[in-house]
Ligand binder design. Structure first.
Ligand SMILES: Nc1ncnc2c1ncn2[C@@H]1O[C@H](COP(=O)(O)OP(=O)(O)O)[C@@H](O)[C@H]1O
Ligand SMILES: [Mg+2]
Length: 252
């Protein structure tokens, strides 16, 4: 997945990162084939309940949220009802792609201060695409995701949607997403080009396998073929060693 470089030092607005008519064909195609591969890896359920998976990575800023948002949109375009859940309750950003409020969201829902209908947001990008934002930052995401209330919420959601996609925090740094393993059919790992190494990925895969989570595959983000004489540029390795999730999410 490579969005190219807009201009020197420019960072894309989240909304600009969503697939749209002006998106280069190769990029839309990359998402289309990613969607197809995932659909083939997890067939639809006979009981009609949702197919679900989470997206994680070794480190922050590898592109989990961009990929989750675009993949959700790609599924929605194929006429299935999709729910994107921002389960990164330390540093949620999914709401930004759809210009939605970050709360009430998942943390309010799981702590009992908001209802399901209050947190499921429709989106203006597609009528089949719905989002639950991360909600207020919480110090104990693993406990909330592993709570009984998550079990009952998921049970209800799995009857309302065809696909549920969880955007999560980086497994290389915290174990939060492992609390979702009992609910999902698998997970995909986003790896930024020149970011996470083979060793980093092996570490993440090891944790997932130990938890008996089906690893659907690794999504390479930000890859650009090296042009002779130009070297590598574009989206590369971001700082990993900052404290993760110290700030409340922002609307934009
Ligand atoms: N392929 C890409 N091309 C350009 N910018 C990207 C790409 N993937 C991610 N980014 C940018 O990198 C930053 C981190 O991406 P994000 O999806 O929020 O990472 P994560 O959720 O893994 O922390 C965002 O500003 C996003 O817009
Ligand atoms: Mg993110």
């Amino acid at each position: 997945m490579f969005f190219g470089k807009k201009k020197e030092q420019a960072v894309y607005e989240p909304k600009e990162m969503l697939l749209q008519e002006s998106t280069p064909f190769f990029l839309t195609e990359a998402y289309r084939s990613l969607k197809a591969n995932i659909s083939l890896s997890i067939p639809k359920k006979k009981d009609g309940k949702a197919v679900s998976f989470f997206i994680t990575s070794a480190f922050p800023n590898e592109g989990k949220s961009v990929v989750s948002a675009n993949l959700s949109l790609m599924f929605a375009l194929s006429n299935v009802k999709v729910l994107l859940i921002d389960a990164d309750m330390r540093k949620g950003t999914s709401h930004k792609y759809f210009s939605l409020p970050y709360k009430p969201g998942l943390s309010e829902l799981l702590s009992g201060s908001a209802t399901l209908d209050e947190v499921i947001h429709s989106t203006s990008v597609h009528e089949n695409l719905f989002v639950i934002s991360s909600g207020t930052r919480t110090p104990n995401p693993y406990e909330l995701l592993g709570s009984d209330s998550m079990a009952s919420v998921y049970e209800e959601l799995s009857t309302r949607f065809d696909y549920i996609i969880f955007d999560t925090s980086p497994l290389g740094m915290m174990a939060d997403c492992l609390a979702l393993v009992p609910y999902v059919d698998g997970c995909a790992i986003v790896s930024s080009y020149m970011g996470s190494t083979y060793k980093d990925l092996k570490n993440v895969v090891g944790k997932l396998q130990f938890s008996h989570c089906k690893v659907l595959g690794v999504i390479l983000n930000g890859y650009e073929e090296r042009k002779k004489g130009y070297g590598r540029y574009g989206y590369g390795k971001y700082g990993y060693n900052y404290r993760y999730g110290d700030e409340e999410p922002s609307e934009n």
